[in-house]
Design a protein around this ligand. Structure first.
Ligand code: NAI
Length: 338
């Protein structure tokens, strides 16, 4: 017998509603670009997240297929698919968290900035939808170049009169995830025990790991510092080259995106002491946006932490990072302003 989709969906939504009313945490999450290389594993991991009651999967291709597939998983979240621009508003209405991995990824030889011309327009359109349909949602922006797409999103929200800097977060978690892994390798530790703050931005030299602040406390030789900093800054390129034209990091990125989204949801729920690195509006440096540790709470990034003490190597790195970041941020702002 063909399943009665309408009945299945309405009873599933009733269940989700019930859970929400019963006080159990149940957040509504949309993924824009859900059929992509990042989007699909990200959607699967969010379908497994117990904090999610409703999962909206939006893409310009293949959203119904991905949704049908995921909807058979016997987890709590209800998955609903939305295909193409005419369904963007339904996808966004009522969402608590919107995760955006829509856009083209790098091929070998490309920088993240080479993606600007295509992805800037995609991010603008999607953020216009957010401003209209769920202006209070937390936005996790993954689409590259993050150093420019976050300023683009901020300008779109300012124009719409909905901008709240606490709710707009550029996802840099993959840099932290990589840093934890590579540092653990050098120290001979379990990566789960290691925490490396990574600040600045999300491209090349703007990715600044603070190896002097690694937990547990440890020291590195100058050679180790040089090796680790380079490997963390070029981790994305390592994957792009290994995939040889088939795209950039998707699986580790989906893992990182879920780690970050889950932290945002725990913050929304009111958990205390949720701290992650993210690229946000910031007064830590003279730049309008900068990635540092932030504390996530009911209203988003409620506190932006200072850099803490840097060593000489990190101070030199910071100067380089700020120079490139300033240009990328300006490029994003001008894209909307002109
Ligand atoms: P992909 O090409 O596999 O998937 C992108 C998806 O976006 C596709 O399904 C496509 O149909 C969809 N899409 C295109 N235009 C759209 C629109 N207007 N509305 C909704 N969906 C649209 O690319 P992949 O590998 O998933 O990467 C996505 C983005 O994430 C890229 O910009 C990539 O550079 C970025 N990225 C960011 C990272 C980070 O750390 N922040 C790490 C890795 C990738």
């Amino acid at each position: 017998h063909p399943p009665n989709h309408q009945m299945e969906e309405s009873s599933a939504l009733r269940r989700a509603d019930c859970r929400a009313k019963g006080g159990a945490p149940g957040f509504k999450v949309a993924i824009l670009g859900a059929a992509g290389g990042i989007g699909q594993p990200l959607a699967m991991l969010m379908k497994m997240n117990p904090l999610v009651s409703v999962l909206h999967l939006y893409d310009v291709v293949n959203a119904p297929g991905v949704t049908a597939d995921l909807s058979h998983m016997d987890t709590g979240a209800v998955a609903r698919g939305f295909l193409g621009q005419p369904q963007l508003e339904s996808a966004l209405t009522g969402m608590d968290l919107v995760i955006i991995p829509a856009g083209v990824p790098r091929k070998p030889g490309m920088t993240r900035d080479d993606l600007f011309n295509i992805n800037a327009g995609i991010v603008r359109t999607l953020c216009e939808g957010v401003a209209k349909c769920c202006p209070n949602a937390i936005v996790n922006l993954i689409s590259n170049p993050v150093n420019s797409t976050v300023p683009i999103a901020a300008e779109v929200f300012k124009k719409a009169g909905t901008y709240d800097p606490k709710r707009l977060l550029g996802v840099t978690t993959l840099d932290v995830v990589r840093a934890n892994t590579f540092v653990a390798e050098v120290l001979g530790l379990d990566p789960r025990e290691v925490n490396v703050p990574v600040v600045g931005g999300h491209a090349g030299v703007t990715i600044l790991p603070l190896l002097s602040q690694v937990k547990p406390p440890c020291t590195f030789t100058p050679e180790e510092t040089e090796y680790l900093t380079n490997r963390i800054q070029n981790g994305g390129t390592e994957v792009v080259e290994a995939k040889a034209g088939a795209g950039s990091a998707t699986l580790s990125m989906a893992y990182a995106a879920v780690k970050f989204a889950d932290a945002c949801l725990r913050g929304l729920r009111g958990d205390a002491g949720i701290v992650e690195c993210a690229f946000v509006a910031s007064q830590v440096t003279e730049l309008p946006f900068f990635a540092t540790k932030v504390r996530l709470g009911r209203t988003g990034a409620e506190e932006v932490y200072q850099l803490g003490p840097l060593n000489e190597y990190e101070r030199v790195g910071l100067a380089k990072a700020k120079k490139e970041l300033a240009e990328s941020i300006q490029k994003g702002i001008s894209f909307i302003k002109k």
